[in-house]
Design a protein around this ligand. Structure first.
Ligand SMILES: *Cc1c(COP(=O)(O)O)cnc(C)c1O
Length: 362
């Protein structure tokens, strides 16, 4: 505490990111990073860059990368997305913060599930927006009817985190359709692992704003790139905010790396398919060990065991060199979120689990 802190900084409870431990090498299944490196083409591109150009500012409009992303989605959804519908940010967390600053007034309401990405409540507090949490049902599913005709902004994570469960595109569409005057933000950090993107909706519904990240499915957690896709007018709003805040959020290396990542679609598809395959196999094996495993469309699974408390299992796994994520929070304090690693990493995780369960149960 310092006498120089303003009132907000005195009271705010900052977001706590997953551990990035420095004490020893863990099997790291705690922050939903991709176990595979970025595409070799990305690495090659970075190595071949003329780094003397770093003396010059990057393109503040990030036009070249925006065009590549726009073209990629135009082809994917068979409907024109222009680069003016794409906003690029320094990771999607930055874009989410920009969304609060661009579209929400102090005192407005924002609706999201009681169990979802835990950064939203921090932004709500930071920007004086009133959060209203809508409970998931007992199976941790979003009941879309509860989101019809709301009197505030809406944020839906799809697939949801940390539950891993996805809504169908028709369900997202229903929420958009039933709230024509509210912005519906769809945070698709995990969409590439098995859900359908709402980018398909942005030309039909001007209230849909989709946020995606390079951090998970494109192996770029250490690079910091995300993007939002929406109507030209919503994206223009984000640009007004950005150019009132920091014109250069994206550096030259990230721009080039991002372009290469989108060009190497084959690698992207291959690594995502591999993660999905490992996830399905892991889920089956854990069920055999007596775990409840929620139906995942993400690069992580959310699991619970009735013989051993999740908080204890988290600690014991950590002592054994395997790091997973535990949230000591209402409703989910007997669950662990486990990132899907390589087959080898998951093999060790399951081996340790078998040992620990043997010790704890017998
Ligand atoms: C990881 C994650 C983000 C943030 O991603 P960055 O692009 O790395 O900032 C945003 N939303 C959800 C739901 C996430 O899981």
């Amino acid at each position: 505490m310092s006498k120089f802190w303003n009132d907000k900084i005195k009271e705010i409870e900052p977001y706590v990111p997953g551990e990035q431990p420095k004490d020893k090498k863990y099997i790291k299944l705690n922050t939903n990073e991709n176990p595979y490196p970025p595409s070799a083409k990305v690495i090659e591109k970075i190595k071949s860059m003329n780094l003397e150009d770093l003396k010059l500012y990057p393109d503040p409009d990030v036009t070249e990368l925006g065009k590549v992303i726009a073209e990629y989605f135009s082809n994917k959804i068979n409907n024109k997305i222009t680069y003016k519908q794409v906003f690029i940010g320094n990771g999607s967390d930055e874009i989410l913060a920009f969304i609060f600053m661009t579209f929400f007034n102090a005192g407005d309401k924002v609706y999201y599930p009681d169990i979802t990405y835990s950064f939203y409540p921090v932004y709500a507090d930071l920007f004086n927006v009133k959060e209203i949490k809508i409970p998931l049902n007992d199976n941790f599913e979003i009941e879309i009817e509860k989101y019809f005709g709301l009197d505030g902004h809406i944020i839906i994570t799809n697939p949801n985190a940390p539950t891993s469960i996805a809504l169908k595109l028709e369900e997202i569409e229903k929420i958009a359709e039933k709230n024509p005057s509210q912005l519906v933000v769809v945070d698709e950090a995990y969409v590439d692992f098995g859900a359908e993107s709402a980018v398909k909706l942005v030309n039909k519904y001007d209230n849909v704003l989709v946020v995606q990240t390079f951090s998970k499915s494109r192996s770029f957690a250490g690079m910091r790139l995300g993007y939002a896709i929406g109507s030209e007018n919503t994206i223009e709003g984000l640009n007004r905010l950005k150019f009132s805040f920091n014109s250069y959020t994206i550096d030259r290396i990230s721009i080039e790396a991002g372009i290469e990542s989108f060009k190497d679609d084959e690698y992207f598809e291959k690594t995502n398919a591999k993660i999905i395959q490992t996830r399905e196999k892991t889920s089956e094996e854990l069920k055999k060990l007596g775990f409840k495993v929620l139906n995942s469309s993400a690069n992580f699974i959310f699991i619970s065991h009735n013989k051993i408390f999740a908080g204890d299992l988290y600690k014991q796994l950590k002592e054994n060199g395997v790091l997973v994520r535990y949230f000591a929070k209402d409703r989910i304090d007997n669950y662990l979120r486990v990132t899907i690693g390589t087959d080898e990493e998951i093999g060790i995780f399951i081996e340790k689990l078998e040992d620990l369960l043997g010790n704890n149960v017998n």
